[in-house]
Design a protein around this ligand. Structure first.
Ligand SMILES: O=C(O)CCC(=O)C(=O)O
Length: 285
């Protein structure tokens, strides 16, 4: 049962989000799970030695039980529910992990410019896996820009110099940086942002990591426009909608193939029953 205090906190976060395009939630995930998320990044980097740590994208998650377990955590879904309602699917997720002294910037952008979603009903949760601040390249938001129209990808400036995460961004002349707010978080905290709000982050100039996980949740009425099965389309909570999306089955943990994590046996049982429950919405193979 949600306490009066939690209800009050969630009401004020929603008010902040509606007004400014973002909100913050403290102390959401426990230190044990955050430790496993750090181990997971190390494991992914070992398996993908040519991939920069800012580029651990959703295409790696289709058969990764820990990743799907993490984004299905009820504490995260309870937050997503406040913004998109009780029926929740995953569209994408991406670790943006910035190494000490070397982590790249994310240029100013609106997420929706890049996304094949119809309608653009989606919310991002950004999970802090380290403490984040100005020195290690925390996220920065320009409040209230969620009311701006979405720029299309060809209205963005390309900057494919390999020195920034997205390879493009909004022309800096169109962004009033004096209004930027730093999203300073502790590991285990979560920030939430709107698909239209302008945001980005600076490079990591500190001697500390700055690891974060972006998680993009949609209601199942939002269509993911994709040729074939989208690799990170997972149905996570509530009721799915017919003839909109096809989903991947929740992957079971297999020793030797996947990263070991706490509760794998329980996870595997959950996968079995969940995959039966949502069978009509799973991609046919
Ligand atoms: O992690 C970052 O620095 C930027 C995150 C971001 O751009 C996003 O979540 O859309």
């Amino acid at each position: 049962m949600i306490s009066d205090h939690d209800q009050e906190t969630s009401r004020s976060a929603k008010t902040k989000y509606d007004s400014d395009g973002y909100a913050m939630f403290e102390k959401i995930l426990d230190a044990g799970l955050i430790h496993e998320a750090r181990k997971h990044i190390d494991w992914l980097l070992e398996k993908n030695p040519d991939t920069r740590p800012e580029q651990l994208h959703h295409f790696l998650m289709q058969n990764d039980p820990f990743w799907v377990r993490l984004v299905s955590d009820d504490r995260l879904l309870d937050i997503a529910e406040q913004f998109i309602g009780p029926n929740i699917a995953l569209f994408a997720s991406h670790y943006i992990a910035k190494r000490p002294f070397d982590g790249q910037a994310v240029l100013w952008h609106q997420d929706g410019s890049y996304w094949p979603l119809e309608p653009m009903e989606v919310v991002t949760l950004w999970l802090a896996i380290d403490d984040t601040d100005q020195e290690n390249g925390c996220m920065r938001v320009i409040p209230k820009t969620q009311t701006m129209r979405l720029l299309s990808e060809d209205e963005l400036q390309s900057q494919e110099d390999g020195e920034n995460v997205l390879g493009s961004g909004i022309d800096s002349g169109q962004v009033d940086e004096s209004k930027a707010v730093d999203i300073i978080l502790k590991a285990g905290d979560v920030s939430v942002h709107h698909a239209n709000v302008i945001h980005g982050s600076n490079a990591n100039t500190s001697n500390r990591w700055r690891r974060g996980l972006t998680i993009r949740y949609i209601p199942p009425s939002t269509r993911i426009i994709s040729e074939g099965l989208h690799p990170s389309a997972f149905f996570l909570r509530g009721r799915a909608v017919e003839d909109v999306n096809q989903y991947n089955p929740h992957p079971k943990y297999i020793e030797g193939r996947h990263m070991q994590f706490r509760g794998t046996e329980t996870w595997n049982h959950k996968c079995d029953s969940w995959n039966v429950e949502i069978r009509p919405f799973l991609a046919k193979d």
